[in-house]
Design a protein around this ligand. Structure first.
Ligand code: SAH
Ligand code: F3S
Length: 466
């Protein structure tokens, strides 16, 4: 029998059975990526196994997000639930990582002393040591520093899980938009060396990955060191990625309009592997608001980029993030955003009500737009964006689309599921052997969140004859 809390039970756990790890992830794709890396480092160092059940975990990690509202409160209510479990099993370790951890540091443990470890987005590779330290000293540990790029050197070789993979190419952000916490929580922009990125992608390709999503807060701020000490810009990186054998689809998340230079637009003309989809957050259609946000481009600059993209890729799907109700936003300024979406014609996009983030310059501005007005504006914008998205889906009916097959559909085991270039989920009847392959389908039906399709049989001949 294992007795809770004794030295015996800890040693028993460490030597005789795999310890279980539970991770709860809030926030963006970057956080999802970081959570996978937390799992990887702890699997490598402590042979941990993942569990979906927090009660049975030995280590519980909350990967937090502070981009919008109530971030801190969410953290304390989540770890508060874990506290009760820890009372029953005191050897449980509770760790808080991510952007709230980065901002609050030891203050988290002041309010929630049962939190053993606080670590930031740039120190997740140190989790094994932090865990050992917390266990051996029974003291609370904190590491929210921003060590240079050592994180990536310390991470285990990535393992492919299916035909798609994210690869982080740069970290942090140096743009300091007046509303945003990211530069404070994740630090300034720092790029991984070109060879490291390409080696990781080659390794994933050898494991069957066909689609790479290059990840960073501002991927087009990428400035990766090369062997000859020259610096590779983002467009050059795209050419290198496209040259990796087996990589047939390339996406990136997210780029920024201020550094969206012509060489990136040319890359779309030259690199067929780049998908016909671009997510380029504009935030607002008003020049005055863009200036107050310190975004570094005008409405005209943004429109010029979008028009150039349409010229090189006539069927491209364009999407954006929008912030509604930035301090002082007038009705006319909001209408400029509405007019911009008509002019560009956006596909599935994200829109948020402005939320004052402590420590950011915009939080000092008088926020004179009422909550009610913000909600109304958001609803108006969302309704129109949804209509546009549905129209695009409907227009896809009867067209042939290339789909990367992810695997068997979770909802219907007789169907396969995959994604189009413009990132729509498509379900269709096909052989499970097609998982991980590109096939052509004809779209037959557009549902609100997915498409139905029919396989083009001739497109699978090459695959099945392999
Ligand atoms: N690096 C990315 C943005 C990361 S944050 C980029 O520039 O695109 C993701 C989105 O959250 C932003 O594009 C913005 O629309 C939204 N966001 C960021 N801070 C916000 C805030 N304080 N209030 C509301 N939305 C915010
Ligand atoms: Fe945030 Fe602006 Fe950077 S939105 S992530 S500060 S580009």
């Amino acid at each position: 029998m294992i007795r809770g809390g004794s030295r015996f039970s800890l040693e028993y756990l460490q030597t005789n059975m795999a310890q279980k790890l539970f991770i709860q992830t809030n926030g963006c794709q970057m956080n999802e990526y970081d959570s996978d890396k937390m799992r990887d480092v702890l699997q490598a160092s402590h042979k941990m196994e993942m569990t979906e059940i927090p009660e049975e975990a030995d280590v519980l990690i909350l990967n937090t997000c502070s981009i919008r509202e109530k971030a801190q409160e969410k953290v304390f209510s989540a770890v508060g639930r874990w506290r009760k479990m820890k009372e029953k099993r005191p050897e449980m370790v509770i760790a808080v990582g991510g952007c709230v951890a980065s901002q609050e540091g030891a203050a988290i443990q002041k309010r929630a002393p049962y939190v053993d470890i606080v670590f930031g987005p740039q120190t997740l590779h140190r989790l094994p040591e932090l865990l050992d330290e917390a266990r051996s000293t029974h003291k609370r540990v904190v590491d929210i520093s921003f060590p240079e790029i050592e994180k990536f050197d310390a991470l285990p070789e990535p393992r492919a899980e299916g035909p798609k993979a994210f690869v982080s190419i740069m970290e942090g952000c140096s743009k300091y938009c007046t509303f945003c916490v990211v530069p404070y929580t994740r630090g300034e922009e720092i790029s991984r060396p070109l060879n490291d990125v390409i080696a990781e992608i080659s390794s994933l390709a050898k494991q069957g990955v066909r689609e790479i999503n290059l990840l960073g807060q501002n991927v087009n701020a990428y400035r990766g060191e090369m062997e000859d000490n020259e610096i590779a810009e983002f467009s050059l990186l795209l050419h290198y990625v496209a040259a990796v054998e087996g990589i047939d689809r390339i996406r990136f998340t997210t780029s920024h309009p201020a550094e969206y230079t012509d060489d990136i637009i040319e890359a779309f003309a030259e690199i067929p592997q780049l998908v016909n989809h671009l997510h380029l957050p504009v935030q607002s259609g008003s020049d005055n608001i863009l200036t107050n946000m310190k975004r570094g481009y005008t409405r005209a600059d943004y429109l010029e980029i979008m028009n150039k993209m349409k010229a090189v890729r006539p069927n491209i799907s364009l999407s954006s993030d929008f912030i509604i109700g930035f301090p002082g936003e007038t009705e006319e300024e909001f209408e400029e955003t509405m007019a911009l979406i008509e002019e560009v014609g956006f596909d599935f996009s994200y829109s948020f009500i402005y939320s004052a983030r402590p420590g950011t310059p915009a939080a000092e501005l008088a926020d004179d737009v009422s909550e009610e007005t913000k909600k109304q504006r958001l609803k108006k914008l969302k309704t129109r964006l949804d209509e546009m998205t549905q129209d695009i889906s409907k227009n896809m009916i009867d067209t042939v689309q290339t789909v990367l097959v992810d695997g068997v559909s979770k909802k219907n085991p007789l169907q396969m599921t995959g994604r189009t270039e413009n990132n729509r989920v498509v379900n269709f009847t096909a052989h499970p052997r097609l998982a991980g392959q590109f096939v052509d389908v004809v779209i037959t039906e557009a549902l609100p969140n997915s498409l139905r399709a029919r396989l083009v049989e001739s497109s699978i001949d090459k695959i099945l004859n392999k």
